[in-house]
Structure formats: structure tokens, C-alpha cells
Design a protein around this ligand. Sequence first.
Ligand code: KIV
Length: 275
Amino acid sequence: MSASARVTAPTPSEIRASKGAEPLVMLTAYTTPMAQMMDDHVDMVLVGDSVGMVLHGLPDTLGVTMEMMCLHGAAVKRGLHKAMMVVDMPFGSYEESPEQAFRNAAALMRDTGAAAVKLEGGVTMAETIRFLTARSIPVMAHVGLTPQAINTLGGYKVQGRGDDRARVMADAKAVAEAGAFSVVLEKVPASLSDEITSALDIPTIGIGASANCDGQVLVVDDMLGLFTAFKPKFVKRYGTLGADGETAIKAYADEVRARSFPGPEHVFADEVPTK
Ligand code: KIV
């Protein structure tokens, strides 16, 4: 069913069952107004830990905390009625043990109203994904480039080229077998993304992957042109909100300095107007 025709949010089981149907549309959001803007048009909204870089000016996602994810998750949920919300588990909140992951995933779902959590990692996270899904926590997995691992991956590099291909395929198969209802493939060569999409019985959501994935996700501030610190190759800019915003702010500053704002229509008379 198309997002605009829907009256309630899809569930993780429905997302899983939609494999092979119309491509799934997903964007990130971090605030209520942004969530409201996309609610009619997307199937899923990700409260990504990219919030740390996009809204808080952090150099990477490693400094993002549970408190930040709970605060932004709750704000996004207030703007959604039709799209399903997934919240990222921040670095350090799930890797230690399945029990630690359960505690923090349950807190994220309780405090934000999210339908599911997303966590990064393949084979090494399979046991945790199995533990969470067996305890009523739907998990979206994330393999390929996993930004929380930049210090061990050596940067934001494409994953799965050459000899590395089998590792990324094994990661994708492991998370699907462990019970993830879908999996994000980030910065994985298109031919490998296609092979993974064919091999798995759960939807693949691509970002820098392939048009043949079962869905696509982008960071909303990237595609709107609001976040302009850098632009990865996989981002297409659908808007120029950053540049437009700067133009508007400069016009405001010029008008304040010229005393042409506020104009007569923006100020109040001594008396209450008669009509
Ligand atoms: O944090 C995020 O925004 C993400 C997407 C890029 C998939 O994980």
C-alpha cells in the first residue's frame, strides 16, 4: 500500500512481508516538524545516530548517547501517524552483551514509542539480534559500512570489494538468519547489494548500495541540502534548504540594519483595532 493511502503505520512484520513488493521509502528525522513533513510520503522514519553529526556538530556518531536518542526519538514520534519509526541504538549501548542490548533497546522503545531498533554489525551481532527478537524487540540490522566502527574500518570506505565480498555477504546472511526484519546495506558495491538482496528473504534497505535493493534510506538533511559540511557520493540533493536559509537570514539581517524590518504590518498600535 502506498504511504499516502495508509491510515496507520506499517508494523515490522508487514515491512518484512513486503519483500518483493513496491520499494520501501525511508528517511531519517530528528525533530517533530521534519517528521510531520515526511509522514504522508515515507514508509519508515529512522531516528538515526547521524543526529550527532547533523544536529549536534559532532565529528562522528561515537559521541551520541542514549539520552540524545530518547529525546529526538520522542520528538519525532509526536510528528508521525502513518510511518513506522525505528530508533538507532547508539555506540556503546548494545555491544557488551545481549542483556545490555535488551535493557537499552527496551528503554528506547519505552521512552520514544519506536516500533523497532536498529543496530550495526553482522556476524558478531547475530547472537544479540536473536536474543532481542526472541524477547519482542524487532531489529533492523545494518551491515557494510557501519559508521560506529570507523576507527576499526579505517574511515568511511566502501565495504565488500574484492576479497572482502564474502565477509559482507556472511554478515547479511547472519543478521537475516538471526531474525532481523530488514537490513540496511551501506556503501556496498551495487553487484554485491543485488546478490545480497536476492539471497535474503528480508528486505534490504540501501544507502550507497543499489537501486535494486528492496528500499532506500537517506539522511534527510543531506537530501534537502540542509547539511552541507560534506556530501557523500550516494547523496542526491533534492533541495537547497541550506543555501535558501542563508539567503533568507542575510535578507533579514540587511533589513534589520536598514530599519525596514519590522514594517508597519508587523507592529502593534496603542488601541485595539476596531475590525
Ligand atoms: O544514522 C543514520 O542516519 C543511519 C542511516 C545513514 C542509515 O544509520
